[in-house]
Design a binder for this molecule. Structure first.
Ligand code: OOG
Ligand code: MG
Length: 265
């Protein structure tokens, strides 16, 4: 699990290569083509190096995300294990805001439920009960993903190195305390230009979106990291991701929690 095959120099140069593709909005071949023996530990080393590069440049890390946590997403991408990534300050777009497609490669959107914690969470052994106790509130979030890999095709190791395709997110609607909601049956409706393209319910995410947060704490624990109090965490797409084009307006309606919209310009 924790075996590594890359040298520190290789980790740094792959991080630079992938981050440049993100910053310049150009696609690249997946990194496992050139490094077929790369492991998950190598891939997370690259992701943490990209995070370090951004922080060194003055960006703030403002949250975390889980990905590939629903069957719809796993089936769409042909993989079967959830992954995590980080969210940088410039990923955040206000509700009703505009997203400049010229800065992205081939964006897709996902309807997600985000948690904000009020107490730290640490793995191993973190479970849904710990997460519910440590949750301040939940809030709707729409993620924009943009794999840096050609044709949005990758394997798990490549997508981990690419910060789980993270690029932008929009959060808004209404926040709610957990005691007033059943997140399993909470419905979402995804609309592009007023047309319904996907529908789903919270249970699609690992049975309950709080399980996704527990899994994040446990995965971070393997690296000696944890989820601090006050962390914003996106729990993963409830439905398959939907391709968006320049000119599209996206609205996701959440049962009880209002809606989140954005325009792709
Ligand atoms: C990987 C990221 C998936 C989610 O919510 O499932 C993700 C990808 O599909 O590109 O963010
Ligand atoms: Mg996502």
């Amino acid at each position: 699990m924790n075996t590594r095959t890359l040298t520190q120099e290789q980790v740094e140069s792959l991080a630079e290569h992938i981050e440049n593709a993100e910053l310049n909005a150009h696609d690249i071949t997946k990194v496992t083509n050139d490094y077929p023996t790369m492991t998950f530990a190598d891939a997370y080393d690259i992701q943490w190096e990209i995070r370090r590069r951004k922080e060194a440049r003055g960006n703030k890390i403002i949250g975390m995300k889980m990905g590939l946590t629903s069957w719809a997403k796993m089936a769409q991408m042909g993989v079967e294990t959830p992954v995590y990534g980080f969210l940088a300050d410039y990923f955040s777009v206000p509700d009703g805001g505009e997203i400049d497609t010229s800065k992205l490669i081939h964006p897709k959107i996902e309807a997600e439920i985000a948690f904000v914690t009020k107490a730290p969470l640490r793995g191993p052994g973190c479970h849904i009960g710990d997460v519910l106790a440590a949750t301040d509130f939940v809030i709707p979030a729409v993620e924009v993903i943009d794999s840096r890999y050609e044709n949005f095709k990758f394997d798990l190791i490549s997508v981990v190195a690419d910060n789980a395709s993270s690029t932008r997110f929009i959060t808004g609607g209404r926040m709610a305390r957990l005691d007033s909601l059943d997140l399993k049956t909470l419905g979402v409706v995804v609309e592009i230009n007023g047309r319904v393209v996907e529908v789903g319910a919270g249970a699609a995410v690992l049975g309950h979106p709080a399980s996704s947060v527990a899994m994040l704490a446990n995965m971070l624990g393997e690296r000696g990291e944890h989820i601090p109090a006050g962390t914003f965490i996106m729990t993963g797409g409830i439905t398959a991701a939907v391709t968006v084009n320049k000119g599209d307006n996206v609205t996701v309606r959440y049962q009880e929690l209002g809606s989140v919209s954005a325009t792709f310009s």
